[in-house]
Structures are given as structure tokens and as C-alpha cells.
Design a protein around this ligand. Sequence first.
Ligand SMILES: [Zn+2]
Length: 417
Amino acid sequence: MVTLEKYSFGVGDRFAHQAKAQLRACMMAVENGAAVVPVWNKSFREHTMIGSQPPEVRLAADAAVRALGWDRPYYVDADHIRLETVDAFIASSDFYTIDVADAIGRPAEANAFQEFVARHTELVGQLSIPGIEQPFHIERAEVERVAAKYLRAVQEAGQIYRHIAGAKGAGNFITEVSMDETDSPQTPPELLVILAALADEGVPLQTIAPKFTGRFNKGVDYVGDLAQFEREFNDDLAVIAYAVKQYDLPQNLKLSVHSGSDKFSIYAPIRRALQRFDAGLHLKTAGTTWLEEVIGLAESGGAGLEMAKEIYAHALEKQEALCAPYAAVIDIDANQLPSAAVVNGWTAEQFVASLRHDPTCPQFNPHVRQLLHVGYKVAAQMGERYLTMLEACEDKVSENVTTNLYERHLKPLFVTG
Ligand SMILES: [Zn+2]
């Protein structure tokens, strides 16, 4: 039985050049007492955008692990897969993020709804959950509403899980269920109903990615009510611990936070909550590494800086098309985007200061950062020219990738003292 460790860290490596730099950040965490394992994640959407194939992620991860002598576990995550996209990931992945967000709100298959409500009378009424001060009070109508909304998604998760298990053998991979790419957040009582349903469906999930309250815009910090986030995050952890016992779900079941890069202000609340419940965490990042590549190019000066400026100019030109698929998770004020001519006049320091995610830096520009976050297609279209430049600027690029993941993510989340 492949069992995911307590602390795991999802990294995305869009151009398959940073696996070593990413692994180095995990090694630093381990050296500092935090037993974190890396998970390389790449979605079907990213592969399509880049023109890469799932086995390339496995090759890059294996090569980095060999080169650095990493002797702990590591995984390759087929991120946000669905029934129609999973097959290409069967050979190379051992972690599957089953995305059922699109099925939320669709009617469930015959009788499932009535059967669920009849079977789960324990969910109706007063429910005391250890770790939550106020007992939940869930009316029957509310259980019915949540079941009606999520049962179809749960059934689809079961279908996809069984498809993977049929191909790989149950127990040979880690299952995550994700519901984060949807409009409304799932509250802790909803999470409980969803977990009960997933247990009924026989999905041995080890991580679950709900949609949390607040905005998770790409590349920039969390926007929302931090106190509410912390309360709900704590309640989610309590609900998971309770559901594991009540519904016989995997002991190591934990939350997966799809960060959309760099949600620095929720790291302290998350860390407090994990300590309080002695809970594990999977934190997923992806685009933050691609942005460090651009920062590394700029910091290298010369041709690297020129290419970083070229990427910005193209991204600005194609802003509408690049932003469209991410409309729900970006907030760009076009008036705050400098013109290509202005950026062309920037020094390396100016470019880096506007892009690097240091909210205390007066030059930091979250609009530039969000645009470039969704602008990786521009680099993909440069093809070999981009990859050659990455290699030429490798020193600066890998230094930025490692420092970003360790100092800004792993350390605040997992490293004590
Ligand atoms: Zn996600």
C-alpha cells in the first residue's frame, strides 16, 4: 500500500528543468528537521499548453533524485485528471488528483440520493466533533441539499478511481480528490458529508482538496478573511480526523491546499492548525517555479534579461487570450501593467523587483506577476530558444527556484525554530 507521508510538497516544473533545484529545497527542509517529501505535479492542461508528455515528468524527477542521492520517497502526480485524460498518466504517475469539480451540482445516478440520506441518519441533528467547540447542527434538509449537490461528483471520483485501480492495481498509487476549481467554497459540514459519501463509494483517498473560503489568485497572496479561513481550516482538520474514524477512511487522510502559488498570509494559520491537530498537509505549488525561471533570466542580465523582457512584451500583447482560461483566479488591473517600452528600459534589478514575490518591496507589481504567471505559453512557444537560455542562466535560475521554495514556502510551513 503506497502511503503518503505526513508532510508533502507539490512542485510544478513546467519546462522540466528545475527538478534538482526543487529537490534541493526539500533537502534543506529535511536538514532543518522537517521531513517533507516532494511530489512533482503537472496537469493535462499544463501538458497541453507546453506540448509535453506525462512520462517526461517522471524522467525529470527520477534524474534529479539520482543526481542528488535523495533516498526518501517521492511521487509524480497526475494533477487534475478526469476519466477522459487519465490514461496518458497511467504508466508514469503514482499519485492521482481526481478532479470532479465539474460534476458538482449535477444530478446523481438513480437512487443514490435516497440511499445516502437513509443510510446516514447519524449526520442529521446535533453532531459533536472533537476539536470543534460548537457542535454542528445539520438539519435533514441540509444533508439532502449537500448530498444532492455532491453525490454525482463523488460517484465520478469512484468511477475514475476504479479505472486507475484496474490499470495499476489498488494500493499501488495515492488518491487525491479535488473540488477546488469551482465557484463556491465547501464548508466544514459539507466536507463531512462529502467524506461520508466518498467512503461509501470506496475511494481510499489520502488527500482531499476542497475549495477554501477567499480568493486564491494565481501567483499572488491570499485575498480574504483570514480569521474565517483559520476557523474553517481548523474545523476541516477536525472533520477529517472524525471522518477517518467514523467512516474508516485511510488513517493518513489530510488536506491538500492547491495554492495557485504563494499564499503566504495563510501559512501561519495553517501551521498553527497543523500543530493543534497534529495533522499532515499536502501543499501544492506549480507556477511559482516558472516565475523564478523568469526572475533568474532577468537577474542574469544580458541576453537573459532581454528574453525576460521579450516574454513580458508578448504576454502583454496576448493578455486577453492568456488570461481567459484563468479568468476566475486572476485579478489584473490592466492600468497597472507597464508598457513594453517602459519595461524594455528596466535594469535587471528593476525587472526582478517588480516580479519577485516580496510584498514589502515597493517596486513589487502583483499585476505584472499575475500576467507572467499565466504567460508560460509564451515561453513554450519559444521552444528550444527558451530552454537553451534556461540552461545558459542555470546558476541564477536554480538559485532562485530553491530559495523561493525553501525560504518562502517550506520554512514558514514546516520548519520549526
Ligand atoms: Zn487545483
